[in-house]
Design a protein around this ligand. Structure first.
Ligand SMILES: [Zn+2]
Length: 424
């Protein structure tokens, strides 16, 4: 946040730092006020996070630490050096829960959503010229990409999509969607997969998730209505631009709404020093400048992904928002980076064989072997041969089970694959 209202925040901060219990009460109070003020809102993240904080003491205490991290990030005590952030690809599993055939969304709709995520997190959106020029330079490639998981929790190949017919309405609004025994679908291991449930939620809610902390609630993941998911199939205007998911992914990676934790004031921080103070959410497509706080002559950044603009008018994560998401990926959600759930692109592009998962924990699988038996050689990263064995199309596993963590080179014929071995 910028502007003179910063002074007020600096007065509030020592109170938060000194009295943890008071601070906790204020967090709950702020969340509660959001609920009252909004009533029905297209995004239920604050409401659902509040519920989880009440019922999960581990999540609650780790959220206090997360707020500390946000405050330190806002004040510049902790930061992320951009040069240290490489491009990362995060594994996604989409659980489709459908009551009607229309809700059993086509695979093209799912792919269209992944494409929008990669486009917008990659700063490749063609409509960024609509961002007022004073803020356009704040946009950048986050280095964060998304991919449907290739490998399921048992190590088998997967499309990254599950489907289940259900017999209850608004399943996304209770506790059933994430429990197969109650009609939903169990999450895949939360540290290593972004679980997305596409199902009806009700109450005009389009989607929600849970703010990250070191501990996660049992239902951690993202829930989204099929009508606000992707750009084709069941998606409907004005939510058929895939940006409800971009907004929720922002929350999933730690971002708050641009108006802060409480609406109706110009002093509630979102912890981002490059987003203006904002009184309340903006809906639809506002005209620049729209000024809700007198301290901000350029007005609200209503085209930020973390506001409530229509899909055609939501356009931007700022530099600081991107940095905080990167920080979350190096802390509370680091398991997504070291996930066995996706096949990482090999460094040499002309490989005919596919080896997965990589990183590997236990056994590596090899796809694309010719008929007959092939020999493999396994080397340390310094080139020391440590094992030779045989594989074939019917027995294509290479075991890493007795080996220490580290980087290995696997040679099969003329191909050399770089394998990362991580014991989970
Ligand atoms: Zn939201």
């Amino acid at each position: 946040m910028i502007g003179s209202a910063m002074d007020n925040h600096e007065i509030i901060q020592p109170i938060f730092s000194t009295f943890a219990s008071v601070r906790w009460s204020m967090i709950i109070l702020l969340l509660f006020l959001v609920e009252i003020a909004l009533g029905q809102s297209p995004c239920a993240t604050m409401d659902k996070t509040e519920n989880a904080l009440y019922t999960d003491s581990a999540y609650k205490s780790s959220m206090l630490e997360q707020v500390d991290l946000l405050e330190q990030f806002e004040s510049g005590v902790v930061d992320v050096a951009s040069r240290n952030v490489k491009q990362v690809t995060l594994p996604v599993v989409v659980h489709v829960l459908y009551e009607s055939e229309e809700q059993n969304i086509p695979v093209e709709q799912i792919h269209s959503q992944i494409d929008v995520l990669n486009r917008d997190f990659g700063w490749n959106q063609s409509d960024k010229q609509k961002i007022p020029s004073i803020w356009r330079d704040l946009g950048r490639d986050s280095g964060i990409r998304f991919k449907l998981a290739d490998v399921d929790p048992d190590g088998n190949f997967t499309t990254g999509i599950t489907r289940k017919q259900i017999f209850q309405s608004d399943i996304g609004n209770g506790d059933n969607y994430y429990q197969s025994s109650l009609g939903g679908t169990d999450p895949w291991p939360r540290p290593h997969y972004i679980n997305i449930w596409v199902c009806e939620i009700g109450d005009n809610v389009l989607g929600y998730t849970f703010l990250p902390a070191a501990s996660f609630p049992v239902n951690d993941g993202i829930v989204i209505d099929p009508r606000a998911f992707g750009t084709t199939g069941a998606a409907v205007e004005p939510y058929n631009g895939g940006r409800t998911m971009v907004h929720e992914m922002g929350h999933y990676l730690g971002l708050r709404h641009t108006w802060g934790m409480e609406e109706g004031e110009c002093t509630n921080t979102d912890y981002m020093s490059d987003t203006p103070w904002q009184r309340e959410p903006n809906f639809g497509c506002s005209r620049f400048p729209y000024v809700s706080c007198a301290s901000e002559p350029d007005g609200d950044m209503f085209m930020n992904f973390m506001d409530y603009a229509d899909d055609t008018c939501a356009l931007l994560f700022t530099k600081r928002q991107v940095k905080f998401m990167q920080l979350v990926l190096q802390t509370s959600r680091v398991g997504l980076i070291h996930s066995p759930a996706i096949t990482h692109t090999d460094e040499v592009d002309n490989h005919k064989l596919r080896v997965y998962p990589n990183p590997v924990d236990g056994r590596l699988l090899v796809d694309g072997l010719q008929n007959g038996i092939s020999q493999y050689d396994l080397f340390t990263d310094t080139g020391l041969l440590i094992r030779t064995g045989n594989i074939s199309a019917s027995n294509s596993q290479v075991s890493f089970e007795s080996l220490p963590n580290g980087i290995y080179l696997l040679q099969i014929g003329s191909e050399i694959h770089r394998i990362v071995h991580v014991i989970q």
